[in-house]
Design a protein around this ligand. Sequence first.
Ligand code: GAL
Length: 647
Amino acid sequence: MKLGVCYYPEHWPQADWADDARRMAQMGLTWVRIGEFAWSRIEPEPRRFDWDWLDRAVETLAAAGLTIVMCTPTATPPKWLVDAHPDMLAVDAQGRPRGFGSRRHYCFSSEDYRAECARITQAVAARYGRHRAVGAWQTDNEYGCHDTTISYSRNAARRFRTWLAQRYQSIEALNRAWGAVFWSQEYRAFEEIDPPNLTVTEANPSHRLDYNRFASDEVAGFNRLQTDILRRLSPGRDITHNFMGFYTEFDHFAVARDLDVASWDSYPLGFLEQFWFSDAEKLAYLRQGHPDIAAFHHDLYRGCGRGRWWVMEQQPGPVNWARFNPAPLPGVVRTWSWEAFAHGAEVVSYFRWRQAPFGQEQLHAGLNRPDRVEDQGGGEARQVAREIEALGPLAPCRRAPVALVFSYEADWHLKIQPQGHGFDGLRLAFEFYEALRRRGLDVDILPPDADFTGYGLVVCPTLPMLQTATLEALQASGAVVLFGPRTGSRTPEGHIPAELPPGPLQAGLAIKVTRVESLRPGAGPAVAFEGRTFAARLWRETLETALAPRASFTDGGAAWVAQGRLNYLATWPQPELLDAVIETLAREAGVPLTDLAQGVRLRRRDGVTFAFNFAPEPRATPAPPGMGYLMGGEVLPPGGLAAWRQT
Ligand code: GAL
């Protein structure tokens, strides 16, 4: 467990670097990430490199004993490069190029830009790849940030056609897969196909799905271009990329396959404010963060990194980019850091060392204020460093008792055909996750092609394109499995399966979905389960089945059925219904649950149980009586934590 910080030597006078480095080390930080936006300083003019300043920065940080995460600077191509290759800009859905003057102004499909990226990656890696202080690499910065995965440029169109030709081999196969006879959309050649934008009404859903898949593959290919170079020129160093939370436009599992370590950027207060949470939740968790937002991503990126993951950017104070930007409660930056370690992080790195007095992020806090005085976050980082020392090392997280399966492709499909306002695959997955965490469960988040051996309970909130191989792996695992609505509702091409949904799942669960409907808030029947009724929400399927329902819609029809260990929900469950379902299934799976007060969460690592309180009021620590605490005590203050060793 190590701490780090993001640092921009190019923002500060050289005379200050040594003091900054000394203070970082003295704060207990051991990693420092540099360089991800520094291209215009590294190569001020085409092919004229200025290494001098960066050499000195590297030496200064190294001299203080810090280990460096060196970044490729490809998220911010300089002006001269854009002017030389105007075609490298991404193009938005309205056909407008996205201009210079902020960042991420490039299209993943520009071959000119890919060549430039290979060139600068090669140059930076040749210079620092074997430097004793360079311990890891970060490729680019937050792929996809600011809506930059999907581009409608000419380059993207051209490469999309090649991608389609490889995938389908013949135009007839593509026409069949897309159902292109519908509305006379048939093509005679791959060259005729355009990206699915600027159509009069919605574009063909299979066309759109393939465009998502193509765009995701473009990100993976772009990243691989860099990792191949880094592996060659910087042997033995870990390579990571800092992924962005609540962002699904490319497949993070796929990109992470080329990395040694997954990392993500955790801004608990910014995310709470920016996403779908109710006003009541936004107020209740205003300064502590939502109980499950950071944890969900910790568990997701542990899955992406096959066990190895970092927080590359940890919120240190108020940010500048959400609708409202409150300050964290005193102590919460410390709690977030420990939450990450409890979920298995190897490193927590704060963004950023010092608040910048210029540029777009002037109002974004750092560990230090612009006047060089340590800010609240700095003091808390210092405290975490001391506590890590006191606690000693913890082994990586073991397999959790429960897995949650998340599919990026499912999310793309549901964005294309939500069928009801608010049917969002990520949100559905998040709500299942919340239900598991409310009962104190440790959760692994895995892709559909994972190995499920050893899990007691596996939940698949929705897998529209369920593959037979996934079903077989789930059955072979012996786990109790819960499938959410719309599972098995589409073939890989995006068609309704010939045997009707849930498609291949019918091999294990004798149901047929004969009708679906989406419901506006307040409409719809209730769901009856064990003498209680729960309002149905958003989605209702009509099942044809001889199986006895476990829960039913009050106006008739099964809402929850099971056959053997396989369970299926025919609605988007309200939290209370989901709690009841999880409680029942965990009991059947022999997975122990814990009763937790509202806002309290648990996570276990290497025999230590951590408890976190995200509620705005103090809570009793849910530890067995007479526990010797490693951190905290019997009362968890708002935004506080406790830890004890489980005997
Ligand atoms: C991240 C990004 C950083 C910085 C930060 C501000 O999205 O990677 O460069 O902009 O947000 O919170």
